[in-house]
Write a protein of this length. Sequence first.
Length: 71
Amino acid sequence: MLQKETFDITSQKPILSTSGGTSDARLFAEFGVKTVELGVINDRIHAINERCKLQEVEDLEKIFEKTIKDF
């Protein structure tokens, strides 16, 4: 469901991975716990002048809202 919502709103196919580096989801995944991470493109976060595009935040809001409604 979340994959479809993400694609429908962003036209980007989500990458299914727990190798996000500093991702806390990798810790849960080690124990077989299903995890989902969804956020802004992380090439500009956790660095000097951390930032993201406003469109990325607005898309996240739409994805979360649609997922909750469809759940």
